[in-house]
Design a protein around this ligand. Structure first.
Ligand code: A3P
Length: 306
């Protein structure tokens, strides 16, 4: 987990900026993708190009609201179990967020560093590929992702709200939301699905069997733990456990970040037309990709017929 006070300080600062930012002014576009002005700047993106990744860094990539805070906590606990040192990162963990000087400061951080990101593979700094840094990519079905994203905007008091769920849905489908289109993100990462340094994991699989999921992550990262350690990490990383600690770990935004943690919550907001539109978009963008084989269980949770 990031150093508590720094993390909360960064979030408080972003929320303060959000208060003064209307939804119509929330985004700026960098290399074709919309990002929130409250968290990203063109200067930081330019500085990121020169970021020196290490071979023992761990990259956690996800589209927003797919469970990045969950994976970050799991991987932090794995590092703690193998090193006996509490994982702390004195920066906000999302690689592309913050001031351009953060990459200089990060040079001083001990290994392993966890780098979370919502960027496409193609937009990550080249040093990640050159140094064969391991990358975990977490996906969540797009319907629950959209619902979680909508609630985040509309429930957190200082973040600009959408007029309605219908309005958010339209923007989500068009990719006019922070970090752009879910589908473009999936299409881009799909190209690297067989890369030996890249491992895809599913939110829904973790929900179904957390211990098995944690073991797979641990194996990919080359860690060796006992069954008792896996059980202990699993108990610390359930939704309930993380939500209970969320004020302490994430400050005032905690309960909004750990909102419901369920599979299938989309059924509470989608109407039938939206459901079909999302299925169509999914098929149109992803049906011919290997990604579909990987997410085949989604037809049970999402309705889409592959
Ligand atoms: P909901 O809004 O559907 O509850 P991110 O961390 O990428 O912003 O994703 C946030 C989503 O992941 C939220 O979804 C949150 O509840 C869910 N989440 C976080 N920790 C979780 C956990 N331990 N188990 C299940 N879901 C979790």
């Amino acid at each position: 987990m990031a150093d508590k006070s720094k993390f909360i300080e960064y979030i408080d600062d972003a929320l303060e900026k959000s208060k003064e930012t209307a939804l119509s002014h929330l985004f700026f576009t960098y290399q074709g993708i919309p990002y929130p002005v409250t968290m990203c700047t063109a200067e930081t993106f330019r500085a990121l190009d020169a970021f020196e990744a290490r071979s023992d860094d761990i990259v956690l990539a996800s589209y927003p609201k797919c469970g990045s805070n969950w994976i970050l906590h799991i991987v932090s606990e794995l590092i703690f179990a193998v090193s006996k040192k509490k994982y702390t990162c004195p920066e906000f963990p999302v690689l592309e967020c913050g001031d351009p000087e953060k990459y200089q400061r990060m040079k001083l951080f001990p290994s392993p560093r966890i780098l979370t990101t919502h960027l496409h593979y193609d937009k990550l700094p080249q040093s990640i590929f050159k140094n064969k840094t391991k990358i975990l990519v977490i996906f969540r079905n797009p319907k629950d992702t959209a619902v979680s994203f909508f609630h985040f905007h509309n429930d957190v008091p200082d973040i600009p709200s959408y007029a309605s769920w219908d309005e958010f849905f339209r923007q989500f489908i068009k990719g006019q939301v922070s970090w752009g289109s879910y589908f473009d993100f999936a299409v881009n990462w799909n190209k690297y699905i067989d890369n030996e340094n890249v491992k895809f994991i599913l939110y829904e699989d973790l929900k179904e069997n957390l211990v098995v999921g944690i073991k797979q992550i641990s194996e990919f990262l080359g860690f060796s733990l006992t069954d008792e350690q896996f059980q202990a990490i699993s108990a610390q990383t359930t939704f309930q456990a993380m939500r209970e600690n969320s004020q302490e770990t994430h400050g005032a935004i905690g309960p909004f970040l750990f909102r419901k943690g369920e599979v299938g919550d989309w059924k509470n907001l989608f109407n039938e037309t939206q459901n079909q539109e999302m299925d169509e978009r999914f098929k149109e963008c992803l049906l011919k990709l290997k990604f579909v084989v990987f997410v085949k269980n989604w037809n049970i949770v999402v309705n889409v017929s592959f």
